[in-house]
Design a binder for this molecule. Sequence first.
Ligand SMILES: C[S@@+](CC[C@H](N)C(=O)[O-])C[C@H]1O[C@@H](n2cnc3c(N)ncnc32)[C@H](O)[C@@H]1O
Length: 404
Amino acid sequence: MLFDAPADSLVSSFFRQHKALGQRERHTLAETAYSVLRNRLVFQHLAQSGRGPMARRLAILGWEGNEAFLRGALNEQEQHWLQQVRAVDRSQLPERLRHNLPEWLAEPLHQRLGDEQFWQLAGALNEGAPLDLRVNLLKAKREEVQAALEAQGFKSSPTPYSPWGLRLEGKPALQKLDVFTSGQVEVQDEGSQLLSLLTEAKRGEMVVDFCAGAGGKTLALGASMRNTGRLYAFDVSGHRLDKLKPRLARSGLSNVYPVQLTTERDDRVKRLAGKVDRVLVDAPCSGLGTLRRNPDLKWRQTPQGLQELQAKQLSILNSAARMLKSGGRLVYATCSLLDEENEAVANAFSEAHPDFVLQPAQEILAHAQVPEEQAATLCENGFLRLWPHKHHSDGFFAAVWTRK
Ligand SMILES: C[S@@+](CC[C@H](N)C(=O)[O-])C[C@H]1O[C@@H](n2cnc3c(N)ncnc32)[C@H](O)[C@@H]1O
């Protein structure tokens, strides 16, 4: 199995080279590849008993298409083998296989969460993620978008925590729908919406989205500023920032200034020292909170890589913090599940910066229209801590400080 590139780009490049494949075949192949990535440890164990190329045996085990088609494609010996392995009681397999996670990741999660929650998390990470939308309140109200979707046959419900979100039933193709082309909605996981809510960017302010990428959170921040003030979208990747442009055009925002940095210590960052009201650092991270969507990450990340990420995260946070004016707000966020990239980084920053005071995330969320009793369930020790098995969003962390 190849892990030197993200699974989604390998799958897309395979489809580009095999243009004759139809929509249904593409869907089956992509879902089968993802199923193998999700269940790799159990499948590799079961596949030991078969014959022929390992990749074929894994694909048979992970097959997500028509059963009759699969049967027709197997020889007699494979059919017999499949019957045998399907009869294996997987609950009797060793734990280290059943969770389908590398040990360096399973071990700290198990220790942090305890038995019951660890197994719930392992299960939730192996399920597909729902499709969440963020309504652009500059252009429409949540109820209006919900009604417009319903009129086209797409059912959705308000997200439980974010006041901006709708969760769709199923996975309709959105790109051609009016609500999408007119910029009334963007695809955004509820967890990402909550990170933008924590920033509470306001009218007329100077705000920096330090790791803006393709701008998912930039768009949410710009809308909460009601398209006023100045919102810088920083990133070192010009390629990612380019993807922000069509989204900006749809959103109707004109207060966003994309800037490609050379490093986090770029002169353009230094020039803003002490001038900014709010900075969101949505830091580069292992992405292990997004395993529902990107199951390959658990095989592509390493403990060594985590250490490098942690150093980068602190360096970005240190540099970003200098931009804040007195009374300004700093938000540090990741989509990682691991303390190393989360609490450890936040606590190291707090220790080194006595002029930054930690703010309890539950209070800020309650202030930002998340119902108060629910806000508390999203937080641990004053930090936002979202878990796929509890909150049905991707895994996210956030810490919030005010500069004295
Ligand atoms: C988690 S992603 C951001 C996702 C984005 N905020 C969104 O909501 O779509 C992290 C981003 O950090 C960027 N990045 C990596 N190193 C950086 C640095 N030194 N300074 C600024 N951005 C950096 C990456 O290019 C990547 O786009």
